[in-house]
Design a protein around this ligand. Sequence first.
Ligand code: IPE
Ligand code: IPE
Ligand code: MG
Length: 262
Amino acid sequence: MFSFLNKDQTTGEVEERQLDDANIPAHVAIIMDGNGRWAQQRHLPRIAGHKQGMNTVKTVAKAASDLGVKVLTLYAFSTENWKRPSAEVNYLMKLPVDFFGTFVPDLVKNNIRVKVMGYTDQLPAATQKAVNDAIADTKDCTGMVLNFALNYGGRAEIVTAVQKLAEEVQAGQLTATDIDDEAIGRELMTADLDGLRDPDLLIRTSGEERLSNFMLWQVAYSEFVFTQQHWPDFDQTALEQAIYEYQQRHRRFGGLATDNTK
Ligand code: IPE
Ligand code: IPE
Ligand code: MG
C-alpha cells in the first residue's frame, strides 16, 4: 500500500489516502501541457516554463518508476508544434540535449530505459544524437520504460501504418482481409511495447480537455484524468492523485463490471 496526502483543490482540506499497489496502471501517458501559461503567469518568457517543465519530467519519471508503473509515455513535441515561433521550437529542440545530458546517470541508477516514438529523423542532428545516446546508454535497464513522444502525431502514425500495410498487400505479402486490429497495432510506434501498448491511464495537465492528436488508436479504452495544474506544477502527489482517481474507476471494455451494479 502506498499512502499519500491528498489536498482538496477547492476546500484545501488534507486527507491521507491509500493507493492499491495491486492496481497501479501499467502504462501511464501524459499530455504535458501548460508550460507557456505557467511562465506567463510569472511574467517570464514561455521558454522558462519549458525549462521548469523539464525538471517536472525528472520528478515524475522517478515517482512513476517508484510506484511500479511499467511504461510512462510523455507527449513532448507534436507534429503540429512546428507551427510555433522558431525561437520557441529551437529551445524545445535543445531541451532533450540538456535533459539527457544531466539525467541519464539517474535513469540508469533507477533502471529506467528510454524509448522514443515519433518522426525523429526530422529532428535537428544534435537532438537526434542526444536521444540516440540516451537510448543506447539505458538499453540494458529492465525497469520502467520512459517513452518520449517527440515529433509525434496520432494521425500521421496511423497514416504511416496504413501505407506500410498497403505496400505489403501490393507486394502480395498480405491480403486486405489480413488487416485487423493486430496488424495495425504491429505497425504503430508502440509495437515494441508488446502487451503494454495501450495506456491504462491518460493524464492531461493545465485544464484542457482534448487529445491534441495524441495516441488516437491506443487510447480507445484508456481512463482519462484532467488536472488543473500546469505541467511545471505537477509533482509526485499530483501523479498519486491521478492514480487514485484511476483506481476509483470501473473499466468495462464494453463488457460488464465483475460487480455489475457499477
Ligand atoms: C506544453 O506546454 C509543452 C509543449 C506543447 C511543447 P505549452 O507550451 O503548450 O504551454 P501552454 O499550453 O501554451 O500554456
Ligand atoms: C499538446 O499540447 C502537445 C504536447 C503537449 C507536446 P498543445 O499545447 O500543442 O495542444 P493544443 O494546441 O492546446 O491543442
Ligand atoms: Mg499547450
